[in-house]
Design a protein around this ligand. Structure first.
Ligand code: NAG
Ligand code: NAG
Length: 232
């Protein structure tokens, strides 16, 4: 059986692969930390990502994201992005674009894009809202954690979410990350207590985490810090 993380990554890969037929180089991955699937359902997930400087020149597409899925349904994924030219969002070569995105059978749907500098604290909040036909309204709200400024926002119907994980994704022969990434104050809230959720944590490619803890009997799970090393 595939882990939730590999399913999340596989979904991300297939979703990102199609818009770039000219670039066929193999995708590679940096470090990651993931949790899931829970025996319950995720009702919200919050983290704050500090991306560091992007590579000075980009030849492919480099993506940093916390993602959420149930393995086979939609992928909720606010993504920091570096393309060969990031002027589409107004970013300089030393900045990232960020947008809240949803991937599913319908393709990719996005919120408006914002600009992120190396030391910005990008607060990414996923919230399950009202019950609607087929699932719930899921909102992605992305803000600068220091100033409160909105960077991107997107809301759409999706089904249940049971896994959460970070990804550093390099497509189309990209220049990999030259800086470490830090995710702080990650909080994943479940519908019902799941005391085993913490034991599903997995890390890959040099990523580390500290301060994994739960409260409310296993309903709320926190990770103080996730560190993802530079790819080179
Ligand atoms: C998301 O942000 C919008 C715009 O600031 C706000 O109206 C909405 O209440 C937020 N939604 C959630 C679930 O936090
Ligand atoms: C994931 O959610 C979708 C609905 O979005 C559902 O059809 C599918 O069965 C779910 N998969 C799992 C593994 O629970």
């Amino acid at each position: 059986m595939l882990s939730t993380q590999s399913l999340v990554l596989a979904l991300a890969t297939s979703a990102f692969a199609s818009p770039t037929p000219a670039l066929q180089a193999r995708d590679t991955w940096g470090g990651s930390v993931s949790l899931g699937p829970t025996k319950s359902n995720i009702i919200s997930a919050t983290t704050t990502l500090i991306p560091g400087l992007p590579p000075t020149t980009q030849t492919g597409m480099l993506f940093l994201w916390p993602g959420m899925s149930n393995g086979t349904g939609d992928l909720i994924q606010t993504t920091l992005e570096q393309w060969p030219d990031n002027s589409w969002c107004g970013a300089t070569k030393q900045q990232w674009c960020v947008r809240a995105s949803l991937f599913g059978s319908f393709g990719q749907l996005d919120g408006t894009a914002g600009v992120v500098s190396a030391n910005d604290q990008v607060k990414i909040v996923y919230t399950r809202g009202a019950v609607v036909p087929g699932g719930w309204t899921w909102t992605q709200n992305v803000t600068n954690a220091v100033t409160g400024k909105t960077l991107s926002s997107f809301a759409h119907m999706s089904g249940p979410m049971t896994g959460w994980g970070t990804g550093t994704e390099c497509n189309g022969g990209c220049a990999g990350t030259i800086s470490a990434q830090k995710y702080t104050n990650t909080v994943i809230t479940l519908e019902k207590a799941d005391t085993t959720f913490g034991s599903t944590i997995a890390k890959a490619a040099g990523a580390t985490y500290s301060g994994l803890a739960s409260s409310q009997g296993g309903k709320v799970w926190t990770i103080t810090t996730i560190n993802v090393p530079a790819m080179k």
